[in-house]
Design a protein around this ligand. Structure first.
Ligand SMILES: Cc1ncc(COP(=O)(O)O)c(C=O)c1O
Length: 463
């Protein structure tokens, strides 16, 4: 008899180390295997159908089985499966895509650098900021300020930017020159009786104090998601970005907008920077750039940054940065086609047409005794589950109740993601109003199951 496992689940346990997974729990519980997708739905290997309520990982904007993207990929594979972009080489798809992104940018941008993931896009941004300040003869201006609960990826620099404990713990991170400032979550971090605008003023004052304490001549850039995603879908308080940006300008600090989740209509405008009034010097994007059909990301830089970087490459002889797959032809072709589809189908208009219904759907759970806060913007939202609503007491241990909710949602045909005990919903942008209703019907059933279980287990005293 063979010793080798032969079911897909057993083989997965035997050979596959999963990202963001408790490996020992995985050995006990095994994988959840998805095998097919069409539109907003996916199917598991048992034939069960689900609404993909998190668009995969906030990314499958056009849903599954979009024939035009499949054709764009296969056409490009046939024509020219690969060429790189090093040493002056280029190809039509990368040229088209770069031109289109510069045209779409919400503020004047000069050049596009291609990478393969959001993490890499942010690493590139940081490296270019450092390179730029060296080029300008300011080698001491290197610190990057990020935010507690910000999410910017998992490579060594981008994980350092990320302001979540799991991404640092036992990885010996963050690296030097990365600082974290306050999280703009009013529900969790405002003082008693502090209004949204006062909270925003306090965060801005704290940021300025940090800059002054560190020395403005040492602070190079501030990075932020216009609206935080993986940290818990945190919509900034009113006036937050209006108050942060003048401080950055005053101290000659660049603003990097991480549009990896917010970009491409998610918040009801093409860019999160438009929804929240950011005027970035650098923008990073990934995920919906290709509707997640193939990995690709981009880092856009302003003319001022480009000019200094370009002069430095002339001095050194090259830009010593780039990935084998920077601007991969297949990825670039799919991304270029994705952007065409967004335009032709007026994806921003579609999102605007259904986002009020989506937000209202979520907000009908606001009074549930288990729900501390519902929040969101555009077609992304979350419900934070708490042990005591009046006191805003989180569950202890964190994530157990959220995990239960996610499992119950799945049993009711809905895939969502629990970020600890915050349940995030971020469906494909092509979702219809009727499907939004189905999402929240399943959500309500999962919430009722979770409430019963929490009471049975004595985890909270919910009425
Ligand atoms: C805002 C943001 N930035 C960066 C990243 C990292 O992207 P990736 O997982 O493609 O490296 C993510 C991933 O969720 C993200 O949400």
């Amino acid at each position: 008899m063979s010793e080798r496992p032969n079911s897909p689940a057993a083989r997965d346990i035997a050979y596959h180390l999963h990202p963001y997974t408790n490996a020992r729990k995985h050995e006990r519980d095994g994988p959840f295997i998805l095998t097919e997708g069409k539109g907003v739905h996916v199917w598991d290997d048992q034939g069960n159908r689900y609404i993909e309520g998190l668009a995969g990982l906030w990314c499958t904007a056009l849903g599954y089985g979009e024939e035009r993207l499949i054709k764009a990929a296969t056409d490009q594979l046939r024509k020219l499966a690969f060429t790189h972009s090093f040493a002056h080489k280029s190809h039509p798809s990368a040229i088209d895509l770069a031109e289109k992104l510069i045209e779409l940018a919400p503020v004047p941008m000069s050049k596009v650098f291609f990478n393969n993931s959001g993490s890499e896009a942010n690493d590139t941004a940081i490296k270019l900021v450092w390179y730029y300040n060296n080029a300008r003869g300011r080698p001491e201006k290197k610190k990057i300020i990020s935010r507690i609960k910000g999410y910017h990826g998992v490579t060594i620099a981008s994980a350092s930017l990320t302001g979540l404990p799991y991404n640092h713990q036992d990885f010996d991170l963050p690296i030097q020159n990365i600082l974290h400032t306050g999280c703009p979550h009013h529900y969790r971090f405002a003082h008693d009786g502090e209004g949204e605008e006062d909270f925003a003023s306090r965060l801005a004052a704290e940021l300025e104090q940090t800059i002054l304490d560190e020395g403005p001549e040492t602070v190079a850039a501030f990075i932020g998601e216009p609206m935080m995603g993986a940290g818990g879908v945190i919509v900034p308080p009113k006036t937050y970005w209006d108050k942060i940006q003048p401080i950055l300008r005053k101290h000659d600090i660049l603003l990097i907008a991480d549009e990896v989740i917010c970009g491409f209509a998610r918040t009801g405008n093409y860019w999160g920077s438009q929804t929240f009034g950011l005027k970035p010097d650098i923008m990073t994007m990934a995920k919906a750039l290709s509707s997640a059909y193939v990995p690709i990301s981009a880092t856009l830089i302003s003319e001022e940054i480009y000019a200094a970087v370009a002069d430095n490459t002339e001095k050194i002889g090259t830009l010593g940065h780039g990935f084998t797959y920077s601007g991969h032809p297949v990825a670039a072709a799919v991304a270029a086609e994705t952007l065409k589809i967004y335009e032709e189908r007026d994806i921003v208009g579609h999102v605007r047409g259904i986002m009020d219904g989506f937000q209202a759907g979520l907000r009908r759970f606001a009074d549930d005794p288990l729900v501390g806060e519902v929040r969101g913007v555009g077609l992304v939202g979350a419900a934070e589950l708490v042990a005591d609503k009046a006191q805003k007491t989180p569950f202890d241990p964190a994530g157990q109740v959220g995990g239960y909710f996610t499992a119950r949602a799945q049993a009711h045909g809905l895939i969502v993601r629990n970020l600890g005990d915050t349940i995030a919903v971020c469906p494909p942008l092509i979702i219809t109003a009727e499907q939004v209703e189905q999402v929240f019907e399943a959500f309500g059933r999962a919430l009722a199951d979770t409430r019963d279980w929490v009471m049975d287990e004595g985890l909270a005293s919910v009425a």
